[in-house]
Design a protein around this ligand. Structure first.
Ligand SMILES: Cc1ncc(COP(=O)(O)O)c(C=O)c1O
Length: 394
């Protein structure tokens, strides 16, 4: 039997990255007591009003096919949400409803790139990005960042990676796994490089509402960059509803019909009752959302404090998102080795930094998705192992 090259290109880009996580789940299912900090699944409850709306809409018959671009109420809610955030008006014509951020990113890439094109991605990067770019046929080009400045990608690093084939910069802001949040100045400097080299910017902003000091900036919010920016997000994280698969792409109005063509080829519309729920999520203020942001920030501080006087492991406060990177380079182990030993010897499941690209080497990523007390217990175990490894090294 013959298959199209897409599945060959995707082979090896999935399961291996998640091996420690999968093994953590397997051991937990066997009854072992494992602290699972390996996946970004929100643990706090979603807003009750949003759930009620989904149920009400479903019962009232909103179960038919939705419009390809999205239902008018959902598109308006997304446009208003983005207008409020940026202070610049966004219209429904500039929005595509998608089945979450992942689907939005896929739709955007399929619309903009093909084999022969290059997509620049700051490294470390979210674990599905290699697969997304490979699926599009384009070539993935990692742009190095450094732990020394909190993994903030610089305009000069991006510029150095550009070739005549570069077509897209795929930014993730706030970043998973690093927690880096780009400032207005950084966005403008990066945008200037993209202007000069005529690059599209696809910005994954799924953690935008979880910026800890509240100063989130998107290239889509910058009037001079908006014509080359596709801003992708969802309510998966902000409203703890990953299973709803409810998100969007905001883009220049002339791009929307192109995206709709690709979206209709993949899904041909989503679930109207979920779109109604997304409209309620974005149109109203929900205390649960602020509670979540505060909880992630507080939990990150628990870990930073726990390692403040450690010599074997350190952590920097993330600027947003729901993860923290632990620097275990002093132990002499790779992130992969440390994560496996942490699971085997201390029953804590984390993600090796290398699962997010070579830029994550010597780190492990911790998801802030358990209560502070359990995180404190995890931090004691992490520190004990890091100290042991350091002692073994000496
Ligand atoms: C950076 C990043 N982008 C996208 C996603 C997927 O988001 P969604 O559920 O909206 O598809 C995740 C989920 O962990 C993520 O961390």
């Amino acid at each position: 039997m013959k298959f199209a090259p897409i599945s060959d290109r995707l082979t090896g880009l999935g399961a291996a990255k998640w091996a420690v996580h999968s093994e953590s789940l397997r051991r937990a299912a066997l009854g072992q007591s494992i602290i699972i900090l390996s996946i970004g699944e929100p643990d706090l409850p979603p807003p009750a009003k949003v759930l009620d709306q989904a149920a009400d809409s479903m019962r009232s018959g909103r179960t038919r096919y939705a419009a390809g671009q999205g239902e008018p109420e959902a598109l308006l809610a997304i446009a208003n949400h983005l207008s409020k955030r940026s202070g610049n008006p966004v219209t429904p014509e500039e929005v595509l409803y998608t089945a979450g951020t992942q689907n939005g990113l896929c739709t955007a890439l399929f619309t903009l790139v093909e084999a022969g094109d290059e997509v620049l991605v700051p490294d470390p990067y979210y674990a599905t990005y290699e697969g997304l770019v490979a699926a599009s046929g384009a070539t993935f080009v990692a742009v190095p960042t450094s732990p020394d400045n909190g993994f903030h990608v610089t305009a000069s690093a991006i510029e150095a990676a550009i070739t005549p084939r570069t077509k897209v910069l795929l930014l993730n802001n706030p970043s998973n796994p690093t927690g880096a949040v780009l400032s207005v100045q950084e966005i403008d400097a990066i945008g200037e490089v993209c202007e000069r080299n005529d690059l599209w910017i696809i910005c994954d902003e799924v953690y935008a509402d979880m910026t800890f000091d509240g100063t989130f900036c998107s290239p889509f919010d910058r009037p001079h960059l908006r014509h080359r920016t596709l801003s992708v997000s969802s309510i998966s994280k902000s409203h703890a509803l990953p299973g709803f698969r409810a998100g969007w792409v905001a883009c220049p109005a002339e791009v929307t019909p192109r995206l709709v063509l690709v979206a209709e080829a993949m899904l041909f519309g989503s679930q109207p009752f979920i779109e109604d729920a997304l409209a309620v999520a974005l149109n109203e203020t929900h205390p649960e959302v602020e509670r979540m942001r505060a909880a992630y920030k507080e939990r990150a501080a628990v870990l930073v404090d726990a390692f403040a006087d450690a010599t074997s492991v350190s952590a920097r406060l993330p600027e947003g998102g729901m993860f923290i990177m632990l620097d275990i380079r002093k132990t002499g182990l790779t992130g992969e080795e440390f994560a496996w030993r942490l699971l085997d010897e201390e029953s804590v499941g984390t993600m090796p930094g290398e699962s997010f690209g070579s830029g994550g080497a010597g780190h492990v990523r911790v998801a802030l998705t358990v209560e502070s007390d359990l995180l404190k217990e995890a931090s004691l175990r992490i520190r004990r192992l890091a100290d042991t490894c350091l002692a073994e090294r000496k």
